[in-house]
Design a protein around this ligand. Sequence first.
Ligand SMILES: Cc1cc2nc3c(=O)[nH]c(=O)nc-3n(C[C@H](O)[C@H](O)[C@H](O)COP(=O)(O)OP(=O)(O)OC[C@H]3O[C@@H](n4cnc5c(N)ncnc54)[C@H](O)[C@@H]3O)c2cc1C
Ligand code: SF4
Length: 489
Amino acid sequence: MADPKGFLTHDRELPARRPVDVRIGDWREVYHDFSAEKLTKQAARCMDCGIPFCHNGCPLGNLIPEWNDLVYRTDWREAIERLHATNNFPEFTGRLCPAPCEAACVLGINSDPVAIKQVEVEIIDRAFDEGWVTPQPAAVRTGKRVAVVGSGPAGLAAAQQLTRAGHDVVVFERADRIGGLLRYGIPEFKMEKRHIERRLEQMRAEGTEFRTGVNVGVDITAAELRAEFDAVVLAGGATQWRDLPVAGRELKGVHQAMEYLPLANKVQEGDLDSSPISAEGKHVVVIGGGDTGADCIGTAIRQGAASVTQLEIMPMPSRTRPDGQPWPTYPTLFKMESAHEELADRGGQRVYAASTTAFVGDDEGNVRALRLVDVEGPQKGFQPIPGTEREIPADLVTLSMGFVGPEKGALLQDLAGDGFYDARGNVARDKAYMSKVDGVFVAGDMGRGQSLIVWAIAEGRAAASGVDRFLTGDTALPYPILPTARPLV
Ligand SMILES: Cc1cc2nc3c(=O)[nH]c(=O)nc-3n(C[C@H](O)[C@H](O)[C@H](O)COP(=O)(O)OP(=O)(O)OC[C@H]3O[C@@H](n4cnc5c(N)ncnc54)[C@H](O)[C@@H]3O)c2cc1C
Ligand code: SF4
């Protein structure tokens, strides 16, 4: 245990965000550095509980009390070993995870939980700075070939595990760069893309091969892939977006979030001088109150929007844990992400319990306004409240209402047969993460539906274990999660 009185002595503290005025003038990550001295105090708050519920809260089963103790003792080298034992990419989760571990922290029952995510990101950042993140090539090669389709966190985790187990792994990605939603989707101000690059450098040095610009199913068929490789891992994500089929949906200026956000990423990559869908000088309405909506807000503000309004059909969540979502579950709470703080600072609004009824256009077919109405909560079926209809200005609308599952394109059409999909339309898999097609495995959002980076990494690791056993009859790769485990988030 770090410090027996740490949780009594120190309050929870996180790094400060850079001032809004400063950070919206650039696209860099929003947080200031956090000193090692402060971090040690945060690690010291861990009580090393007899039953660490945070382990269960983390889909990767991260060994949280162990690395808190090691950080407290300034044994950073051992801390990264323990962290990497369960998590291939703590630099992604340490920045982007909603931290269900913290919701399950025992200290959180009657106090503020341990700042687990902050400790995690500081361990990996220091490890990279110190040069401790080196390639771990396999000692023995098996001669087996594995194709991974999709280079998001699930595909990358599966690829790294399988390469280290000695297989020859090729990752196919239809986009022009590796990373999935980490690359094209999540904005630079939440995670700078240099973090992906330095991890890819390690993976290439270990022997993983990456082929970009290959749309599997079109450029190479599923049959060709299966003939060329001994096993295939499908990690194509759940990229089929939910739409809003109301009057005026066809107007110019109404876009899906995932049409809007990747263009901003491309500007940051230096591919474009400016985004073809820019919020500059526009009244922006973001439909959807989740993380993707927050990413649209932060992006629109940095592009110089005239105003930003966010609409959410659900009522405003509570600021404290609701009775129906007791510890250690992950509660739905009112969040003040960095983008929300920027929205409040710029005079923008978050409107809850409101539904869009139509988009209104001008003579040239551009959206100019959005009609909305207040609705009663989900128990009443989101019934419109008479007399609350109104119009707000809207020159750019982004739809951030989630994703309905994997795209049923040529790849999945070629593979699909009886029972290939589950009841929710995701690719079904058995306990070893194998689909109904022999030797074809599935990991991440493609099998689980829209989820989180931490789950994608956990599933990529688990699927790799299934593939390794399929190819060699046994495996030393860890199998971190139970397929039946109920997600906390
Ligand atoms: C805007 C946005 C913000 C998000 N923010 C967060 C966050 O802050 N924290 C968090 O935990 N989660 C976040 N998520 C969710 C998270 O990004 C996903 O759950 C995670 O990326 C899923 O990983 P994956 O590897 O399964 O799929 P993805 O990351 O979606 O990657 C799938 C990849 O497969 C490729 N592909 C698909 N089909 C083919 C094919 N036929 N051939 C070749 N390549 C193919 C795609 O191009 C893509 O690159 C966010 C999601 C979005 C949309
Ligand atoms: S990956 Fe997420 S849930 Fe797991 S320890 Fe890190 S922040 Fe917590």
